[in-house]
Write a protein of this length. Sequence first.
Length: 416
Amino acid sequence: MGRDAPNAKMSDMTRDRALALLEARSQAAQSELASQTDAGADVLHYLAANGAPATRRAVAANIAAPAQANRHLAEDGDDDVRAELARKISRLMPNLSAQENGHVRALTIETLERLARDQVPRVRAVLADAIKALDCIPKFIVLTLARDAQSVVAAPILEYSPLLSDADLMEIVAAAKAEEVLTAIALRRPLTAEVSEAIVSSLDIPAIAALLANADAAIREKTLDDLAAQAETIQTWHVPLVMRADLSRRAIWRIASFVGSGLIDQLVSRYGLDEEIKTHLNKELRARLQQDAGTQPLPTDAAIRDVAAARASGRLNEIFVEQAANLGQRDTVILALAALGQVPEVKARKIFATRSAKPVTALVWHAGLSMRLAFKIQTFVMKLPVGELLPARAGVYFPMTEDEMRWHLGYFDVVV
């Protein structure tokens, strides 16, 4: 008995190895069978329900798999199986005519809908990318993906789907919370002026840059003029603005006032401007560079001393700034707003240097002060003409929304 025991143990090990080998060969054979288009509907359905993950992935990729098997695999516990199924369903849809067996069509659309609501973003993203340009997908499925909370899912549909109307796009723009969503819409070709206007109204700088770079996006002349007037401190807008083919004369001159010589040359070339204009623009550029090379004016000692004393004594508030504004004390007002808003002095000075009511009003708001005071600063410190003043709404409130004021401050890298 004692001599037979080792042989029995060896025999058990051999059986284990043999069974493992048989199992591996069986799975390989199943996977190979699952990939055959002539395996038969019953066989493929059986393998979809009972096969190993590799086998189920092969069925998911097999274009001959029956609709029932596809619907079953849409509930598979393996993400890779469902992702493979998503790729295949996108290939099936263009050939799924209205004349197809009604039950097969219903099952296929049900499978597509299930994948569009998959709990794993990667699976939904695979589906969205696969069907993004198709016009044979049910509209409700396209909208489900377009409104997905994950931008990696929504973006391909928003950029490419031919099934989305302008109304759909503007509704999504209005509700968008991620810049990737807005940028995807801005990249659509073509894009109507109405949708372009909605994107500009979103105040999203990267999305507007993408919009400007889209040669097939229609943008109204007034909108382009407004963007050109606002673009000086937004570097990402400079090149796409210059490369637009639909700039007005006003926009060209405004852009030329802040871009470099290379972009001025582009404007001259693209719009056929004559040499006299080119010489004038480059002369203005040299003057601007010489001015920029100079140092920023330093605040007076009195302004520094007054603001520091007010801060130390707890008097740096609305009353202090209003008194300085009434006296036209520009340096004191700038230093006080910079301190109250925790903004670098150099940025506050750049905001005032624009001589524009909107960014200065936004700075006053950011400093926690009133619109009434903002109007006094426009009048007594900036000394703006009546036509350029920005009055309060209803005599008391800021006339811009908080998003608009954040947008103006964002030009100067002031984060609110």
